[in-house]
Design a protein around this ligand. Structure first.
Ligand code: HEM
Length: 459
């Protein structure tokens, strides 16, 4: 059965989202969408070049041919903006920040944030990035047995972001921001569904007040951080300071306080949920494949010896990278992107009206029958030799593509390889619950319930 332990290459099939049974009435579509938006991606998106859906007056287009996706996100990116789903869902908490802004406002913020994400800057932060995983391993080693993995990965990844960016952000405040973001996202499939179906913003839904309160709390906490930082005399050498010191090469202007709050919140929100989910799914997939896990752990220990994972080790651990890539293929942390055309346009010979919602179904592309052999089987060997060649660029795109590609992709890969390497070298992960975790789409792809794994010390 999918999601259960297995041995032999490709024998394991990670948990998947049960697709909706078509045809669906509008009411059933609404119900399925609120429960798990990815479940409503039409089956054709897993087999054909694209799929379409018409709900009332709202047309939706799902390109899954990598050439079509590339046309939208790369070659004709100027003809598309983030959809109103992204804007109306994320603006209340993230403001007009890098993830949501458009045009010159976006370009300026991306340009100013880029220095914090240069390879050399990031690798100098590796000790800080792996430290939460080292502390976690120490705690777990003292107390092996069953542990909740999803919470632990969320706590570790928020600590990574905070230590790398906000070295004097109190850990309690960091956990409160993370908690507020989690509370904000929990009911988010309601506004996603309402926006997709074109329902007015004022339509009530469960959790609306919680979302408003959570957004206000997260913004208030980050405002106070910026205010404290502005007053502080000692400047810590962290990435927040790189952002505060950045000057626009064209205008010489720095980021305003409001822009800093938006940028910081965006980095916290975009940068920890995604990696936490990828790592949770990766640990689950390791636990389900004990032989592969032991082989990976032996390799990690051969490469790093008795010391910690250092920057030169990252390149020497391609099998850990491939394991993470295969995990993100089958369980992409961001399973759908959405866009809106700025005017009627032609994509691969298809006419797209300006009112059409374009959903890039990363989840379906990564399981597409024509792009992957045995698409549902877990086989990290697919990525041996790098994922860029000879496959088409947009066949594998956990970090998106084009100018809006994830700013933190290198940060995330360093963090995940170092984090997973650190955990694997010391611990063995075993399946604990009989039922595999169910993937649930809430902007990110997270487990619906807690994920508990059994932990043993490696001798
Ligand atoms: C496994 C981890 C991650 C995954 C899978 C991921 C995925 C993505 C994707 C798919 C997008 C594009 C959204 C779109 O085109 O609509 C994106 C954007 C972004 N991500 Fe990530 N992300 C991850 C980690 C991070 C981290 C660690 C950071 C920062 C520390 C980060 C910061 C951002 C930012 C700022 C954007 C907006 C870029 C722009 O619009 O210019 N992400 N991410």
């Amino acid at each position: 059965m999918d999601g259960e332990a297995s041995s032999g290459p490709g024998a394991f099939k990670p948990p998947k989202i049960e697709m909706a049974q078509w045809p669906l009435s509008t009411w059933s579509l609404l119900r399925v969408m609120v429960r798990n938006p990815v479940a409503t991606v039409p089956p054709a998106a897993y087999r054909e070049a694209h799929a379409s859906l018409q709900v009332g007056r709202q047309a939706m287009f799902y390109p899954s041919d990598p050439a079509l996706v590339e046309e939208i996100l790369v070659r004709k990116h100027e003809d598309f903006a983030k959809s109103r789903i992204d804007n109306s869902l994320l603006n209340p908490i993230l403001g007009n920040g890098i993830l949501t802004a458009e045009g010159d406002v976006w370009r300026r913020q991306r340009r100013l944030a880029a220095p914090a994400f240069r390879a050399a800057t990031l690798s100098s932060h590796l000790p800080v990035m792996r430290s939460p995983f080292e502390e976690l391993v120490e705690r777990w080693a003292l107390n092996p047995g069953p542990h909740r993995i999803d919470n632990a990965m969320t706590a570790a990844t928020i600590a990574v972001i905070c230590r790398a960016f906000f070295s004097n952000f109190d850990q309690g405040d960091a956990d409160r921001v993370s908690g507020a973001i989690a509370r904000y996202l929990r009911p988010s499939s309601w506004p996603i569904t309402y926006e997709a179906l074109g329902l007015p913003k004022w339509t009530p839904h469960p959790g609306k007040l919680t979302m408003e309160q959570a957004a206000a709390e997260a913004r208030q906490l980050v405002w106070s951080f910026v205010a404290r930082r502005r007053q502080g005399r000692k400047v810590p050498p962290d990435l927040a300071q790189v952002l505060m010191d950045a000057r626009d090469p064209e205008t010489g202007r720095a980021l305003s306080d409001e822009e800093l709050v938006n940028t910081f919140l965006t980095l916290i929100a975009a940068g920890h949920e995604t990696s936490a989910n990828a790592l949770t799914w990766a640990l689950y997939c390791l636990a389900a494949q004990p032989e592969l896990q032991d082989a990976l752990a032996d390799h990690v220990r051969n490469v790093i010896g008795d010391g910690p994972v250092e920057a030169p080790h990252l390149e020497a651990l391609p099998d850990v990278t491939q394991f993470i890539e295969e995990t993100m293929r089958l369980l992409p942390p961001v399973p759908i992107l959405s866009r809106r055309p700025l005017h009627p346009c032609q994509i691969g010979g298809h006419s797209i009206e300006q009112t059409t919602l374009v959903f890039i179904p990363i989840y379906a592309i990564h399981r597409h029958e024509a792009l992957w052999s045995s698409p549902e089987s877990f086989d990290p060997e697919r990525f041996a030799g790098g994922y860029q060649t000879p496959r088409q660029r947009c066949a594998f795109m956990p970090f998106g593509a084009g100018p809006r590609i994830c700013l933190g992709a290198s940060f995330a890969m360093i963090e995940m390889v170092a984090g997973l390497g650190t955990m694997l070298a010391a611990l063995r992960f075993r399946l604990h619950d009989k039922t595999p975790p169910e993937p649930m789409h809430r902007i990110t792809l997270r487990p619906r319930k807690e994920v508990v794994l059994g932990l043993e010390l490696r001798s």
